[in-house]
Design a binder for this molecule. Structure first.
Ligand SMILES: *[C@@H]1O[C@H](CO)[C@@H](O)[C@H](O)[C@H]1NC(C)=O
Ligand SMILES: *[C@@H]1O[C@H](CO)[C@@H](O)[C@H](O)[C@H]1NC(C)=O
Ligand SMILES: *[C@@H]1O[C@H](CO)[C@@H](O)[C@H](O)[C@H]1NC(C)=O
Length: 342
């Protein structure tokens, strides 16, 4: 996309809107959602994790010290061919009523906000530092990977290399990336040695980003920055030039994030001829995907990845769930006059 043209058009349109309806309050998340949640369009209304292939699904597997590097959790008695054949078999068996895809859900490597979060007490971080761009020594606004984070992803990339070339693991056919810098870097470090990242047309999607609001680490740069630094990505339709989704004073509720995860799955399941999907995202959003598909709770550490087979079923009109949980406004950090106190 030609971003200079886009910016001109954007400025023009925002001027027109500003002149004609100055009082409008923009509810951007809802605008994006309503585009992704078109009335009358059939989607799968239910998603489920189906599995007997990966150790991560077993209640007895401990996620706190699990090493994904060995076979990514594939059970010893199975091969990647078994997994792919099973997905194909299920797809052939159920026609359009149910669809199955193998997902690789990857969390970014360690980034600067992860370091800062450890350095400060949780109260200091939550009530003061997360709202700043950095502390003078390090910056965590749209946080970049640390060298530790880069090392984690280089190891993951080597593990992929070995799985693909020695164990016949499938290479994803579609790639989705959160537009934040740490996930874009993670995608590039993971895949640039393994595939042609231009030909694979990885898509930057807002639905895959981390919990909206308050923490500056999850506020994104504008589209020309992304385009300039990661020229291999494609932008999702409707991707706005500036970050209109991040708000300074509220954290998105989990309920809302789960809804977003469902919309993301709807988007992906539309592409029905692709069965192997990669999503490079964040702990919060991935935990929402796992929640939506009824997978057990699985905490991904930085630089980790979890494979999962997802079944889409009950095609129909997905009704927007009731979104009644309040977004968190850091009440615990404020005094009676609504001022922040530490
Ligand atoms: C993980 O920790 C559990 C106990 O908490 C232990 O039984 C298990 O062997 C450990 N697994 C690995 C891979 O270190
Ligand atoms: C900023 O945070 C980092 C934690 O990673 C710490 O090492 C550094 O000393 C802090 N800088 C200041 C000025 O507090
Ligand atoms: C986009 O972001 C970059 C980097 O933050 C900045 O230098 C540039 O001025 C921004 N462009 C516009 C049109 O706002």
């Amino acid at each position: 996309m030609k971003w200079d043209l886009f910016i001109l058009a954007f400025l023009f349109i925002s001027q027109v809107i500003a002149i004609s309806i100055p009082q409008t309050v923009f509810r951007i998340p809802e605008e994006i959602e309503s585009k992704k949640h078109k009335k009358g369009k059939k989607v799968f209304t239910k998603y489920k994790s189906i599995d007997s292939y990966f150790k991560q699904l077993k209640e007895s597997t401990d996620d706190s010290n699990f090493s994904i590097i060995d076979d990514f959790g594939l059970e010893d008695q199975h091969t990647w061919n078994d997994v792919i054949e099973e997905v194909q078999r299920l797809n052939n068996k159920h026609g359009h009523k149910k669809q199955y895809k193998l997902f690789f859900l990857a969390r970014h490597g360690e980034a600067w906000h992860n370091v800062a979060e450890e350095y400060y007490s949780s109260k200091e971080w939550n009530c003061e530092w997360q709202m700043k761009d950095g502390n003078g020594t390090i910056e965590w606004f749209d946080a970049k990977l640390t060298s530790t984070g880069e090392g984690q992803i280089e190891r993951l990339s080597k593990a992929w290399d070995s799985q693909i070339h020695h164990n016949n693991a499938p290479i994803p056919q579609l790639y989705y990336i959160s537009p934040l810098t740490r996930t874009l870097q993670t995608f590039e470090l993971t895949w640039s040695n393994l595939i042609n990242i231009y030909d694979s047309k990885p898509k930057v999607v807002e639905l895959a980003r981390e919990t909206y609001g308050i923490g500056t680490e999850s506020k994104r740069h504008n589209a020309s920055y992304i385009d300039f630094n990661f020229p291999f990505v494609k932008f999702d339709t409707g991707f706005t030039f500036n970050d209109d989704l991040w708000i300074p004073d509220k954290h998105e509720s989990h309920q809302h994030r789960n809804y977003r995860a469902h919309l993301l799955l709807n988007e992906i399941f539309k592409k029905d001829d692709n069965t192997v999907i990669s999503i490079t995202s964040h702990s919060g959003l991935i935990s929402s995907i796992l929640k939506v598909i009824g997978h057990r709770k699985w905490e991904l550490k930085t630089g980790q990845m979890v494979p999962v087979i997802i079944e889409g079923s009950k095609p129909g009109h997905y009704r927007k769930p009731t979104l009644d949980r309040p977004w968190n406004d850091l009440k615990e950090c404020k005094d009676s006059s609504n001022e922040y106190v530490l």
